[in-house]
Design a protein around this ligand. Structure first.
Ligand SMILES: CC(C)(COP(=O)(O)OP(=O)(O)OC[C@H]1O[C@@H](n2cnc3c(N)ncnc32)[C@H](O)[C@@H]1OP(=O)(O)O)[C@@H](O)C(=O)NCCC(=O)NCCS
Length: 149
């Protein structure tokens, strides 16, 4: 198990024309707007905003994609910065898909979470399965879960 300290912020990098990937804490309201625009969330009510605000506050890895300041993609989750990281959410605005932004977000997430030594786990929606496989993720048949009610 690696014992290196948590990494510094990921240096902003270009992911296609005018899109900047960065390690930052976005405003929960703009993340909820993005999730709705991306079809990743259905409701943009107060309860959804409260839930997302809490989830973001307790995430220790968050990376964003912005075009001219506008949030067009986000990935968030947790890392122990030693052995394992969990990617909880990733979404790219519908008008910005298939430009490499999702890939850049996963790569930035992993880098921020600790880099090559970190094992990355996530739960995939069926419609995102092909995306994750393109990125080299493999099914984990040993995974188990307790679903929320
Ligand atoms: C999944 C998602 C994040 C992908 O974002 P994106 O910016 O379009 O992805 P990229 O452009 O970086 O695609 C990377 C590669 O995956 C492929 N890919 C993208 N979406 C795909 C899909 N749904 N099925 C199969 N392959 C896909 C791309 O063609 C590309 O392949 P290439 O490297 O050979 O060119 C985006 O479609 C999204 O936000 N979906 C709605 C939210 C969601 O379902 N999130 C996942 C929750 S588990």
């Amino acid at each position: 198990m690696p014992s290196s300290p948590p990494p510094a912020d990921v240096a902003p990098a270009e992911a296609g024309p005018s899109v900047t990937i960065a390690d930052e804490r976005p405003d929960p309201a703009e993340v909820l707007d993005l999730f709705v625009a991306a079809g990743y969330a259905t409701a943009s009510d107060d309860a959804s905003l409260r839930l997302l605000t809490t989830a973001l506050a307790h995430s220790n890895v968050i990376v964003t994609a912005r075009s001219e300041g506008r949030l067009v993609g986000v990935a968030r989750g947790w890392s122990d910065f030693a052995a394992i990281a969990y990617l909880a959410d990733i979404a790219v605005h519908g008008q910005w898909r298939h430009r490499g932004i999702g890939r850049a977000l996963v790569e930035a997430f992993k880098e921020t979470a600790g880099g090559e030594e970190i094992e990355l786990l996530l739960l995939s929606r069926p419609e995102a399965d092909g995306f994750y496989r393109r990125l080299g993720l493999e099914p984990a048949p040993e995974a188990l879960q307790i679903r929320s009610r």
